[in-house]
Ligand binder design. Structure first.
Ligand code: CA2
Length: 157
């Protein structure tokens, strides 16, 4: 039984997970991460729509499509975190909670990775927890969405 839908969106090059740079990103593939998210969703009552694209416009189009369809967004924007005003604008245009995930601890890395256009829009940010960060984000998202439902019930909506 699910009570809410969550879009889990992945940005450029994350399709390469598990094939290179294991010391930074670990050895799990993106398919492994998708399966972990699906299992966490089952446990938490969330329907998971897991996607990845290397194209900025594709990520933005998916966000537009998700506006009426999902209750929350978990996003690892990858390098677009640090560059894309357009992606940040698309996230801002959706009135749904956003949780930003980074597999690596971006603050331990190059200075250009320290700034995020997404963080000011995000309810929560999870960095440096490896691919477990996605599961932590879904756990937090389930709490946020339950609290939102409760507030609506109390307001008689
Ligand atoms: O730590 C993260 O999750 C990042 O979002 C990953 C991005 C990076 O640009 C961000 O600064 C931090 C890079 C994703 C590319 O992933 C690869 C994985 C394996 C091999 C090559 C790239």
């Amino acid at each position: 039984m699910t009570f809410a839908s969550v879009l889990v969106l992945n940005g450029p090059n994350l399709n390469l997970l598990g094939t290179r740079e294991p010391t930074i990103y670990g050895s799990e593939t993106l398919a492994d991460v998708a399966e972990r998210c699906r299992q966490a969703g089952e446990r938490l009552g969330l329907a998971i729509d897991f996607r990845q694209s290397n194209a900025e416009h594709q990520l933005i189009d998916w966000l537009h499509d998700a506006r009426e369809r999902v209750h929350g967004i978990v996003i690892n924007p990858a390098a677009y975190t640090h560059t894309s005003v357009a992606l940040a604008d698309a996230l801002k245009a959706i009135d749904k909670p956003v949780i930003e995930v980074h597999i690596s601890n971006v603050h331990k890395r190059e200075a250009f990775r320290h700034h995020s256009y997404v963080s000011p829009i995000a309810e929560a940010i999870i960095v440096g927890c490896g691919t477990q960060g996605y599961v932590l984000a879904l756990e937090r998202m389930a709490e946020l969405l339950k609290a939102n439902e409760q507030r609506k019930r109390e307001a008689g909506q």
